[in-house]
Design a protein around this ligand. Structure first.
Ligand SMILES: Cc1cc2nc3c(=O)[nH]c(=O)nc-3n(C[C@H](O)[C@H](O)[C@H](O)COP(=O)(O)OP(=O)(O)OC[C@H]3O[C@@H](n4cnc5c(N)ncnc54)[C@H](O)[C@@H]3O)c2cc1C
Length: 459
């Protein structure tokens, strides 16, 4: 049987449901297709279950540090991993149920559960059903990448999805991949009480960041007892009586690390390989990302791609912003572009890293005359009062235009405080605008005008 719609949305992640809401509100007859869990990665296996666990890990960490604050905890700190998991499951389940209930109650929307595959540029198959529409929106997201590393198929390993099923503490968790997802799991499991080793093939952690950010992040992790093995050039796996032997073959240190569990956190790949894109003629790049223009349209008229599957963002807020761009352009007569988006993001270790715009390294490469200012968190009153003084704040500005080009706040409250800078950059205001602001005391944000006052030319 073939059903016709005005629009079809494939995937109920971060962009699809809201887009369905706008399209149906505009009077369109819409179908949304979801093959697995409503809410997609963020709700079920990404942001929500991880940040809920990060909060549990922080509670354990703070409890261990009770004496630093004059709080005496008499019995030893114990982490109930079943309770940790149950708490995270509840948060995810509630969010998923909310999305599902919202979609099922949406006037004009048909919710279809199953795997969608193109049969042609305007036709999608789900099981025995054929659906046709002149507009098709792909919001299919991505999944953990498992590269073909030597021996990987001879051992059992965890991904960001399967690790969420654990409700016991690994004796020794080896995290392969020293980037955002890997580091969050590494610190959280250390705080839960596991021995943790991070294995990274590159010379430093979070390699996209400035070297000083990478170094400070490494120091934070090492101070908590995490072993960090960078330059692990020949990562390979072998079964071992105690779990899994991971060859790290680093330039120094033990060549093999034996873990009871291994987490592979080595990137994500888009869910585009099983979508029948060839039948619709939709172009993908070498990584399998759907190629889109500045308005998120694919090469096939009437097909758009939003969120992680288009390679233009890898965050919940970028996926949601994709929805905003597409909806505004289609329904509000605007011409919003992805290239207008100013990227901000956070790494949720503790203390978190809040980031916006260019790194200092990127700014230097532009050849502009730069101003830079940096302040350690040991000189931030709020951090001192909280006894959380690890990290630093750094701002990079253009010396001629006086526009802020980028900033990093690696420190307590950094994920929130960065928004003061992000907002001023979005407003297109020059940095002196912020210097006359009167921020609240005591906050992390109150140091931003001070840091701006200390901007110095880069030599
Ligand atoms: C461990 C982890 C932590 C993260 N933490 C953060 C964070 O703190 N902040 C942040 O901003 N981002 C975070 N992210 C990234 C964030 O989760 C993603 O960027 C976001 O979920 C992308 O949304 P999306 O809508 O593009 O895709 P998804 O949320 O992945 O949704 C895609 C949906 O499409 C469905 N689908 C796929 N193929 C088909 C098909 N053929 N037929 C039907 N349905 C299909 C999938 O089942 C899925 O439900 C994290 C990711 C991970 C893995």
């Amino acid at each position: 049987m073939t059903q016709s719609f005005d629009a079809i949305v494939v995937g109920a992640g971060q962009a699809g449901p809201s887009l369905a809401g706008r399209l149906t509100a505009a009077g369109m007859k819409v179908a949304i297709i979801e093959r697995k869990l409503f809410g997609g990665t963020c709700v079920n296996t990404g942001c929500m279950p991880t940040k809920t666990r990060v909060a549990s890990a922080y509670a354990a960490h703070l409890a261990r540090r009770g004496a630093d604050y004059g709080v005496s905890i008499t019995s030893p700190i114990a982490v109930d991993m079943k309770r940790v998991r149950a708490r995270a499951d509840t948060v995810s389940t509630n969010a998923r149920t909310n999305v599902e209930t919202w979609l099922h109650g949406m006037d004009g929307l048909t919710v279809i559960e199953g795997h969608a595959r193109f049969e042609g540029p305007d036709t999608i198959r789900v099981g025995d059903e054929l659906l046709k529409a002149p507009r098709i929106f792909l919001n299919v997201g991505g999944r953990a990448n498992v590269p073909d590393m030597p021996g990987v198929d001879t051992v059992s390993y965890l991904t960001n999805t399967s690790i969420l099923q654990l409700d016991t503490l690994p004796r020794h968790l080896v995290v392969v991949g020293g980037s955002y997802i890997g580091l969050e799991f590494a610190q959280m499991y250390r705080r839960f009480g596991a021995q943790v080793t991070v294995v990274e093939k590159g010379p430093r952690l979070i390699a996209r960041e400035d070297e000083d950010v990478s170094e400070a992040t490494r120091d934070i992790l090492i101070a908590e007892g995490i072993t960090v093995r960078t330059n692990a050039t020949c990562i390979g796996f072998k079964p071992h009586a105690d779990g899994v032997a991971v060859d790290v073959d680093c330039t120094s240190g033990e060549p093999v690390v034996v873990g009871s569990h291994v987490l592979l956190a080595v990137g994500r790949r888009p869910n585009t390989d099983d979508l029948g894109l060839d039948k619709a003629g939709v172009a993908v790049d070498a990584r399998g990302m759907i190629v889109v223009d500045d308005f998120l349209a694919t090469n096939v008229p009437g097909i758009w791609a939003l969120g992680d599957c288009n390679g233009r963002g890898a965050f919940t807020h970028t996926a949601y912003n994709d929805y905003e761009i597409v909806a505004a352009n289609l329904l509000d007569g605007t011409s919003r572009r992805v290239s207008d988006r100013l990227l901000g993001y956070a790494l949720y270790i503790d203390p978190p890293l809040g980031r916006v715009g260019m790194t200092e390294t990127e700014a230097r490469k532009t050849g502009r005359k730069l101003l830079v200012s940096k302040r350690p968190m040991t000189r931030v009153g709020r951090a001192i009062e909280k006894d959380e003084t690890k990290g630093f704040m750094k701002i990079v500005a253009d010396a001629d235009t006086r526009q802020i080009l980028g900033a990093a706040i690696l420190g307590t409250g950094g994920d929130e405080a960065i928004h003061g800078i992000l907002d001023v950059m979005n407003a297109g205001a020059a940095y002196p605008t912020l210097q006359w602001a009167v921020p609240i005391h005591p906050t992390i944000s109150e140091l931003i005008p001070t840091i701006l006052g200390d901007l110095k030319p880069v030599v």
